[in-house]
Design a protein around this ligand. Structure first.
Ligand SMILES: O=P(O)(O)OC[C@H]1O[C@H](O[C@H]2O[C@H](CO)[C@@H](O)[C@H](O)[C@H]2O)[C@H](O)[C@@H](O)[C@@H]1O
Length: 271
């Protein structure tokens, strides 16, 4: 017998049951940092939590789509997820997509590559020691995790540069990021990614993930048959905002992997 579409508030067991019954039209989307990977002082040192890769591969074998949707470049995500052949990669908030063995870049963002290289260079010379500059080809992230007292200086510098050059600033967890003025965000990735889905889950921990939650809510509002599940991964830095917007909050990246492993037990084996 078909399970009825769950209504909120719902229990995880109810959500998993519906998803397992609609596995062929289910999609799962995951942010990377703070969701699949514990926070580290050095962004280059981030790795998926040990059980994440196995559980994502298993999930990709039983549902229609599994994707990572990150502010990291695809080149970085490839170094962490290359072993997973059935997991889609959206980098730089969707400005990059890994498709059939190559990186597809949003053409409107490409003219900004030299600007970003210049800004990264400026940031290294103009910002105080303790700021960590992460150059990502189409964006520049300015980290102050190991020097939180620099937060105001870094935010001000980022806003000044954004105004001077015509960029956008995205705030995050102990980071200010300069992005091209191109309309692309995680919400747009999800809206497109769930076009053919009847059921979708999004796991996020940061402010940029709220747009992905909104995309699931928007679809559910116009499509009574669609079921969307917004899962927050708790962190002390964004406060309660992401958790408040979610249907469910998990404690950590390890808890995400454990939650998926438990949910997968209700699926029929892949054919
Ligand atoms: O969309 P995401 O995959 O969540 O990327 C968001 C930012 O994540 C990274 O920075 C964050 O994680 C770092 C490693 O744990 C941490 O050191 C930093 O303080 C966090 O802000 C990444 O380095 C950024 O480029 C992303 O924008």
């Amino acid at each position: 017998m078909e399970t009825a579409r769950p209504t909120h508030p719902l229990s995880p067991a109810e959500a998993w049951r519906f998803t397992a019954d609609h596995a062929a039209e289910a999609a799962f989307f995951f942010d990377f940092d703070g969701v699949l990977s514990p926070v580290t002082d050095d962004p280059d040192a981030s790795q998926p939590t040990p059980s994440a890769l196995g559980v994502l591969e298993e999930l990709a074998g039983v549902v229609a789509k599994v994707a990572i949707v990150s502010a990291r470049p695809v080149s970085f995500l490839r170094t962490r997820f290359a072993a997973l052949s059935h997991v889609d990669l959206y980098g730089l908030y969707g400005l990059e997509v890994w498709h059939e063995g190559e990186v597809i870049t949003e053409p409107a963002a490409l003219p900004w590559v030299p600007t970003m290289a210049d800004l990264a260079q400026r940031a290294r010379t103009e910002l105080p020691a303790g700021t960590l500059v992460e150059y990502k080809r189409l964006s520049v992230a300015l980290h102050y995790r190991t020097a939180p007292q620099l937060g105001d200086v870094v935010d001000r510098w980022a806003n000044d540069q954004a105004e001077r050059v015509g960029l956008r600033v995205q705030g995050g967890r102990m980071v200010a990021e300069l992005k091209p003025p191109v309309d692309q965000d995680k919400g747009m990735v999800i809206t497109e990614g769930i076009r053919n889905a009847g059921c979708a889950w999004y796991f996020g921990d940061d402010m940029s993930d709220l747009k992905a939650f909104d995309a699931l809510r928007a679809r559910a509002a116009v499509d009574p048959a669609f079921f969307g599940m917004c899962v927050a991964v708790a962190n002390p830095e964004t406060g309660a905002e992401v958790s408040t917007a979610a249907d469910l909050t998990l404690e950590s990246p390890d808890a995400v992997a454990a939650f998926l492993a438990e949910g997968l037990r209700g699926f029929r084996p892949a054919r």
